[in-house]
Design a protein. Structure first.
Length: 177
């Protein structure tokens, strides 16, 4: 596979992941949005969604900002609306795409920055992509499970739709988020 084809594959996979997350947020019942997470009374479903965007922003600040990648503004995890979160996720999705694209241009590796103190994530673009997709998949799963637990079971069109990556990958242009 050429480096250009690999770049396209990585950016396409990230864009599909972003659209999958936005798809879930878009299809949550309104009553679920402010539902409290059992066992974590200070946390709501809304806050889990906001965490996805804010986590992206933190990583972009750590790994991308020193290389000139703009950090999107964070959202208020307690007050963000679904429409605001959708816009924010698309903005941070594009910024994450820029970070991955930068890594592809840097011979497949994001150069470490002084802000990167955790040092537990290999910075080749394959590992970076896998980490972020796994993180978001984990939280999407939490939200689906919480919907079920809280009596707002999501319809099959939504739960099955999360796995329709062919459709989600072609739902918009290949690299837009």
């Amino acid at each position: 596979m050429s480096s250009s084809a690999l770049r396209d594959s990585i950016l396409g996979a990230w864009a599909t992941n972003n659209r999958t997350t936005v798809f879930l947020i878009d299809h949550l019942p309104p009553a679920l949005w402010t539902s409290v997470v059992p066992g974590a009374p200070q946390r709501t479903v809304c806050m889990i969604g906001a965490h996805l965007h804010n986590s992206r922003c933190a990583w972009i600040k750590t790994l991308g900002q020193p290389h000139g990648i703009a950090v999107p503004p964070r959202v208020d995890r307690r007050r963000v609306t679904r429409a605001q979160l959708r816009t924010a996720l698309n903005r941070s999705g594009r910024a994450m795409g820029s970070l991955l694209d930068f890594g592809c241009a840097e011979d497949g590796r994001i150069p470490p920055t002084p802000k990167y103190v955790w040092r537990n994530l290999p910075l080749d673009v394959g590992h970076v992509l896998a980490y972020f997709v796994a993180h978001e998949g984990h939280h999407r799963g939490q939200i689906v499970m919480l919907a079920r637990m809280l009596g707002h079971r999501l319809p099959p069109a939504v739960t099955n739709g999360l796995w329709q990556w062919n459709k989600l990958s072609t739902n918009a242009s290949r690299h837009s988020c």
